[in-house]
Design a protein around this ligand. Structure first.
Ligand SMILES: Nc1ncnc2c1ncn2[C@@H]1O[C@H](COP(=O)(O)OP(=O)(O)OP(=O)(O)O)[C@@H](O)[C@H]1O
Length: 416
């Protein structure tokens, strides 16, 4: 039996469907508790312009239905539809995002769990000063980014892997959790629209983002993180064969139509768990989102390392700085303490040297890491070895990000 609230939401969904003319391409309409209508629209991936037009028109019509508070649409392609060729794109020169000085006072961070900032002589940056101005004075590139920053998000870190199943989402979730535990304001965006796993890894499979008074999506809060995932908005069993421009439309909605933070109180960092691979979806993301830096996740396996080279080349092409490589599933330690290198040994180090990138961490295979992912509680918060490993990774990443913003990497502190 439906409750009366559920009944009226269903009725509203029917009204929205009617307002749109019940076309074949309208796969589903649902209305959540906050009155947000979620439209799933079938679109032809070969014609992204028409798909975008369909989305805009549908959202416009749905918004006019009395009782609808906000609208989110998800573009999806029917299984079996051909993927388009990657459209030629103008190269966008992307330099690290230079936002107003939004780094927390180092002593404040220290109080909450240890400094995450680069060591060195502290430099005083007056409140509101642009780090880019500081950076320019120190010889950093003077070219301005062509991609406008997103208000309310100080920096964006993409976690990428050239291959699926290497443990990328596990690293993204645990890194985010460790940074939050250290006192940073952290968001986690699951852009792995092919197989969103973040809701499960955070134990939030049944969560539905609510709508703010501004009609923007309110990220789901879990384990000290603000999170959004296409998995919160769609039926996990629905066929979703996303392609570059369509993936981009979904990601851009989650990025821009959500209350991550405000210009006065921004997220310190938004971590994006990207879809695996180095194809059109990843390229579109690197070209259109104001990414501060990327982290590449790999296993020590030879075959994965060949892919890492491709991933690094892709980021180089789009001028996104790669902070370094995280090798995961590096070894398994048996109860006697002996390490077994099930996937090869030293591959990540060799690749890091070859590419001239730092090896940010070697994460062993740990039962607690897998169990944490399955149980929805990041192992980075559970104490012991996993917590130590991810805290160290969080610190290394924070230092790497600081170093990008000002050269040489100073400790940023606000003037009182
Ligand atoms: N260091 C680790 N120790 C133990 N298990 C791990 C480790 N890293 C990942 N796993 C497990 O491996 C599996 C795959 O990991 P994960 O989902 O993070 O990979 P992925 O690269 O994000 O995959 P996809 O390509 O599907 O997005 C999960 O069951 C996860 O718990």
């Amino acid at each position: 039996m439906f409750g009366s609230k559920e009944k009226s939401r269903k009725k509203l969904a029917d009204q929205v469907r009617e307002a749109l003319g019940s076309p074949d391409w309208l796969e589903s309409v649902t209305v959540d508790e906050s009155g947000r209508a979620i439209l799933v629209l079938l679109a032809d991936p070969a014609d992204p312009a028409a798909a975008e037009a369909r989305r805009i028109e549908s959202e416009g019509r749905a918004e006019l239905v009395a009782g609808v508070q906000a609208v989110t649409s998800i573009l999806t392609a029917q299984a079996g539809q051909a993927a388009p060729a990657v459209p030629a794109k103008t190269k966008i020169n992307l330099i690290p995002q230079r936002t107003p000085a939004q780094v927390r006072p180092a002593d404040g961070a220290a109080k909450k769990g240890g400094s995450l900032h680069a060591s060195g002589v502290p430099r005083r940056v007056s409140k509101g000063a642009r780090l880019s101005d500081e950076a320019m004075l120190q010889g950093a590139p003077s070219q301005a980014s062509e991609i406008p920053p997103i208000p309310g998000i100080a920096r964006i870190l993409v976690v990428a892997s050239a291959k699926g199943g290497v443990g990328k989402s596990t690293i993204a979730v645990n890194l985010a959790a460790a940074m939050a535990k250290a006192g940073m304001k952290v968001g986690l965006l699951d852009a792995d629209v092919y197989g969103p796993s973040i809701p499960t890894m955070l134990g939030m499979q049944d969560a539905q983002p609510k709508t703010a008074a501004s009609k923007k999506l309110l990220p789901v809060e879990a384990h000290g993180l603000k999170t959004l995932s296409i998995g919160y908005l769609s039926d996990p069993d629905a066929p979703m064969i996303w392609r570059g421009p369509i993936v981009m439309s979904a990601i851009s909605q989650m990025l821009n139509d959500a209350e991550w933070g405000t210009p006065d109180d921004p997220l310190d960092i938004l971590i994006i768990d990207t879809p695996p691979g180095t194809g059109d979806a990843q390229l579109a993301l690197a070209q259109r989102v104001p990414v501060t830096a990327a982290l590449i996740v790999t296993t020590p396996q030879e075959v994965a390392l060949a892919d890492v080279r491709r991933g690094a080349a892709m980021f180089a092409k789009t001028a996104v700085p790669v902070l370094g490589i995280v090798e995961t599933m590096s070894w398994f330690e048996d109860p006697s303490g002996e390490r077994h290198y099930l996937m090869g040994e030293g591959g990540g180090t060799a690749m890091a040297i070859k590419l001239g990138l730092p090896l940010m961490a070697e994460v062993p295979m740990l039962q607690a890491i897998r169990e944490g992912g399955d149980a929805g509680t990041p192992a980075a918060l559970g104490g012991g070895e996993p917590e130590r490993i991810f805290r160290a990774l969080a610190r290394t990443v924070a230092i790497g990000l600081d170093a990008l913003e000002t050269k040489p990497a100073p400790q940023i502190v606000f003037e009182d």
